[in-house]
Ligand binder design. Structure first.
Ligand SMILES: [Zn+2]
Length: 367
C-alpha cells in the first residue's frame, strides 16, 4: 500500500493518482490552489453568470442543503453575496437525526425557501440494503439520487443554476478533469456518483419509471431544452470545511454533537444520519482508510495538523467499530447480527485486515 508523502491518503482511494515524488493528487491540487489558481477571475466568472440570470425567473438557483456547515455556507453566499433568489432543496436522509432536523429548521428560519423531498422510503431502504450488501455502500439510495433530484427540479421549475458544495474528486483526490472546468453534466454525475450504474438495477421488484423517477435523470432532450448549469462552489473559492463550520456556527447557530463523532476526532461533519458511521466504517474495511484519516488529510493540507500528529490521531480513532448503532443498523436493514457480519466479511480487504475476536483489525500501520 502506498501512502502520500505529504498527507496520509492511501493509493487504495478510488481513482487517486500519485506523482513521481509520492505525492497524491489532492496535495498537488492543494499547492496549485495557493500558487496557480486565479481565484479573482473565477469569482468574476460567477459574478458574470449571476448578473445574466438574476431575477429572470422565479428561482435563480438551486442549492442542495442539509442543515450542515457546507450547504449553509454555500446557500448564504448565493443569496446574500450574489443576490440570487435561492431555492434550497433537501433530500431526507435515511434515519435522519434530530440534530440535523433542528439545524435545518434553524437555518431556514433565517429566510430561505426550501423543498424537502423524501424519495419513497420503502424503495430507498431496498436500495440502501442492496448497496450495503452488494457494494458495501450503506447509503446508496441517498447518494445516488442527490444529482438526479436536483436535475429534475431544475428542468421542472426552469431554474438556470444548481450550486453544489465541493467537487470531491478534485478536493480529496480522484479524477482531475474538473480542476479547470466550472460546470459538469449528467454523464459526469452518473460516472462519479452512481459509478455508471442504472438505479433500476439496485432493486429487485419491477418498479415503474414513475415510482423510480427521483432516482432517474431527466431525458437528454429535457436537459438540453432546460439549458441549466451545474456547478460546485469549490471551483470559485478555496474549499475548507472547517471555515464553513465556523461560519455556520457563528451566523446560523449551527449545533454539533456532544463529543466527537464515531471513528474520528472531529465533531462537526456529516451529522445527517447514523448510517454515515457505517458508510465510513465500510470504507475503512474496503480501502484501509476511514473517517479520521479522511478528516486528518483535510487538516494537514489546511496546515492545522502536522503529518506526524495526524498519524497518531488516525492510529487511535480510524476504523472505530460503530458499536452503539449496530442495533439501529440491524433494524434498518432487517438483518440479524450474523447476516450483518457476513456482509462485512464479504467486503473487507483481506490483504489489509484480519479478524480478531470477531472484529476486523488492520495488519498494516500508517507511517
Ligand atoms: Zn496527499
Amino acid at each position: 500500500m502506498k501512502i502520500c508523502k505529504k498527507c496520509i491518503m492511501m493509493d487504495t482511494r478510488p481513482r487517486l493518482q500519485f506523482d513521481e515524488n509520492g505525492v497524491c493528487a489532492a496535495c498537488e491540487w492543494n499547492e496549485m490552489k495557493k500558487e496557480q489558481i486565479d481565484w479573482e477571475s473565477r469569482y468574476k466568472e460567477l459574478q458574470d453568470l449571476c448578473a445574466k440570470i438574476r431575477g429572470k425567473q422565479r428561482y435563480d438557483c438551486i442549492v442542495p442543503v442539509s442543515g450542515g456547515k457546507d450547504s449553509t455556507y454555500v446557500a448564504d453566499k448565493m443569496k446574500n453575496e450574489f443576490g440570487l433568489n435561492v431555492l434550497t432543496v433537501t433530500i431526507t436522509p435515511p434515519l435522519e437525526t434530530q440534530l440535523i432536523q433542528e439545524n435545518l429548521k434553524r437555518f431556514l428560519d433565517y429566510g430561505y425557501d426550501n423543498i424537502k423531498i423524501t424519495p419513497n422510503p420503502k424503495i430507498a431502504r431496498e436500495i440502501n440494503k442492496f448497496g450495503f450488501v452488494e457494494q458495501g455502500r450503506p447509503m446508496l439510495s441517498w447518494t445516488s439520487c442527490l444529482n438526479s433530484v436536483m436535475f429534475r427540479l431544475a428542468v421542472d421549475f426552469k431554474i438556470p443554476l444548481i450550486m453544489f458544495g465541493e467537487e470531491g474528486e478534485t478536493e480529496y483526490g480522484g479524477l482531475t478533469e474538473m480542476r479547470f472546468v466550472p460546470y459538469y453534466d449528467m454523464d459526469f454525475a452518473i460516472k462519479i456518483y452512481v459509478e455508471g450504474n442504472d438505479p433500476r438495477s439496485f432493486v429487485q421488484k419491477d418498479y415503474s419509471e414513475g415510482e423510480m423517477s427521483l432516482w432517474l435523470f431527466p431525458s437528454r432532450q429535457e436537459i438540453k431544452e432546460a439549458d441549466f448549469k451545474v456547478a460546485h462552489w469549490s471551483y470559485y473559492e478555496n474549499w475548507d470545511p472547517y471555515v464553513h463550520y465556523q461560519f455556520a456556527s457563528k451566523n446560523y447557530g449551527m449545533q454539533i454533537h456532544q463529543g466527537r463523532n464515531t471513528g474520528t476526532y472531529t465533531d462537526f461533519g456529516q451529522l445527517d444520519t447514523p448510517l454515515y458511521e457505517l458508510h465510513t466504517y465500510m470504507m475503512y474495511l474496503k480501502f484501509g482508510f476511514g473517517r479520521a484519516l479522511q478528516d486528518a488529510c483535510i487538516d494537514i493540507r489546511a496546515g492545522r495538523l502536522t503529518r506526524e500528529k495526524a498519524v497518531d490521531i488516525v492510529t487511535k480513532y480510524d476504523g472505530e467499530y460503530p458499536e452503539e448503532n449496530i442495533p439501529v443498523f440491524l433494524d434498518y436493514y432487517e438483518m440479524d447480527k450474523k447476516e450483518f457480519d457476513t456482509v462485512l466479511d464479504r467486503h473487507v480487504n483481506k490483504d489489509l485486515f484480519k479478524k480478531v475476536d470477531g472484529i476486523w483489525r488492520p495488519t498494516f500501520t500508517i507511517a
